[in-house]
Design a binder for this molecule. Structure first.
Ligand SMILES: N[C@@H](CCC(=O)N[C@@H](CS)C(=O)NCC(=O)O)C(=O)O
Length: 217
């Protein structure tokens, strides 16, 4: 299904398009587009699109979401798309400049969000829900649940005296990490979040742009 949430009032034609499945990592760029108030076209797919919408493979042979195009550019990494949008269209209002003292930390959170905090959860999801009953692996689910909680240590320490990850304000790092925490909540892992991480996630989920993005699909 193709919808154009942010184009209705403006009449402006643009080429940005995002392919999205509800609750998947494509929520990161969708949330970023909503926070930035940019015009975009959205294509909603059933999950997993690789199996349930085979023609999607013609656009994105990986079969994964997010898939994003902007003119000649195509991208498949959720945090990188947020970074691209902020640098190209948002005058860094939602990211941190190269000469800022927290630039390295900002990039680290962006990469940490998927490689360290989302990856273990996908193994839990796969081996508890996606695979047919006979291929489910409770040991893997348990091991990677523990792994995920152990990898929250850096965030736990960072959030003790902060409301947001960088520069005392909301940025795309909060979108990237916020999605990983939200996925943890959907997976039933959030009861073990530290108080500061739990409060932080609640703050993020209250944002109107998150609510708009999350309701789509
Ligand atoms: N590192 C990529 C991962 C993309 C990815 O694997 N997306 C999942 C959804 S969360 C997907 O499309 N899975 C469907 C499949 O593997 O067939 C990112 O951050 O966007």
């Amino acid at each position: 299904m193709s919808i154009k949430p942010n184009m209705a009032n403006t009449g402006i034609r643009n080429t940005m398009k995002l392919w999205h499945c509800k609750h998947s990592r494509s929520l990161r760029p969708l949330w970023a587009l909503e926070e930035m108030g940019l015009n975009y076209e959205l294509e909603l797919l059933p999950f997993p699109p690789r199996i349930r919408q085979r023609e999607f493979l013609e656009d994105n042979p990986l079969g994964t979401v997010p898939y994003f195009v902007d003119g000649e550019i195509s991208m498949t990494e959720s945090s990188a798309i947020c970074h691209y949008l902020s640098q190209k269209y948002n005058q860094l209002k939602l990211s941190v400049a190269v000469d800022h003292s927290e630039y390295g930390d900002h990039l680290n959170w962006l990469y940490h969000s998927d490689a360290t905090l989302t990856f273990p959860q996908t193994l839990c999801l796969r081996y508890s829900k996606m695979e047919p009953q006979e291929r489910r692996q409770p040991q893997i689910v348990d091991d990677y649940r523990i792994w995920f909680h152990a990898r929250l240590k850096r965030l736990d320490a960072h959030m003790i005296k902060r409301k947001f990850l960088n520069d005392d304000r909301f940025t795309i790092a909060d979108i990237a990490i916020g999605y990983a925490l939200y996925l943890g909540k959907l997976n039933g892992f959030s009861a073990q979040y530290s108080l500061q991480v739990s409060d932080y996630l609640d703050r993020l989920l209250e944002r109107p742009a998150f609510k708009r993005a999350n309701e789509i699909g």
